[in-house]
Design a protein. Structure first.
Lengths: 133, 159
């Protein structure tokens, strides 16, 4: 069996650590997720942090904003590392699902994360708010 | 003048530029002046992804930017001109001979040999001297990461 995927959550300020703490609250330890913040980093420093966090293993990087420095750093890193997938718009639902699908390949896991993350963004309750009162 | 902001930011086009400054200024174009990105199709594609379709993105070398700046300043839309480092902005300022009156330091992050001036500005002594020289040539230099942040004058930054 191949090595389980590492997940790197790469985000602004303290968001990555907070998301991983929330995953641990839901799914328990052994989640395979590592937090990286872009705080104080230019793109070269972000790439260096990813190198250290991933250490040559197959991985998926979950970046926060598409079009942000985290996404750009992750894309630059993945260009040189074919065993690394990148997803932007990270949310808790996709991370919790990822934890239970770390045996997938990086591309397949990234595709799955996009589908799971998108499905989790949905209006709740507002459509029938008047009727519920 | 339709270039609203000349900014040095080593993250180049990113959220602070597109959303933080771009939205309140109502920009219609962003110029990234960077010789390396100008020569790289895939990096240009990457940075375009970060900008909404309503905002035009121009990638220029320093030489191209020097030639095009009068046209950008006459553009009816508001714009931001970005460089990734002090050398790039200094070369642009020198090339346009007084046309740039103010420069914003938006992000010069930690590297070996730099010392912290602000949370988002780290400088070597040589870089500080280059900024002093720019200021001496009549360019107002302030540090401000986002519009709601405090504008920090160069003299205070280097004190």
């Amino acid at each position: 069996m191949s090595e389980p995927l590492t997940g790197v959550v790469l985000a602004h300020a303290g968001l990555a650590g907070a998301l991983i703490a929330a995953v641990e609250e839901i799914a328990g330890a052994g989640h395979g997720l590592v937090a990286v913040s872009n705080l104080g980093c230019d793109r070269a420093a972000i790439v260096a942090h990813l190198e250290a966090a991933i250490a040559g293993r197959p991985a998926v990087v979950f970046a926060d904003m598409p079009g942000g420095s985290c996404a750009f750093g992750a894309a630059a890193f993945a260009r040189e590392h074919p065993d690394v997938g990148v997803v932007t718009g990270v949310n808790l639902a996709m991370l919790v699902d990822f934890v239970f699908h770390r045996s997938l390949g990086p591309a397949e896991a990234a595709t799955r994360a996009v589908a799971t993350g998108r499905a989790a963004v949905t209006p709740v309750g507002c459509m029938g708010a008047g009727a519920a009162r | 003048m339709s270039v609203e902001l000349f900014r040095i930011d080593d993250r180049l086009i990113h959220g602070q530029v597109v959303v933080g400054w771009g939205q309140p200024l109502g920009v219609g174009f962003i110029v990234l002046v960077d010789d390396e990105v100008r020569a790289s199709d895939w990096e240009q594609e990457l940075y375009r992804m970060g900008v909404p379709p309503s905002v035009a993105v121009v990638f220029a070398s320093v030489a191209e930017a020097t030639a095009q700046l009068p046209a950008w300043q006459a553009d009816g839309r508001k714009g931001i001109v970005l460089t990734g480092d002090i050398d790039g902005m200094a070369a642009l300022c020198a090339g346009v001979d007084g046309a740039i009156r103010a420069v914003n330091l938006g992000g010069i992050h930690f590297r070996e040999g730099r010392r912290e001036k602000l949370r988002y500005v780290y400088l070597t002594d040589e870089e500080a001297a280059k900024l002093r020289a720019l200021a001496g040539a009549g360019v107002e230099i302030t540090a401000q990461d986002v519009p709601t942040g405090r504008r920090v004058p160069l003299a205070e930054l280097l004190a």
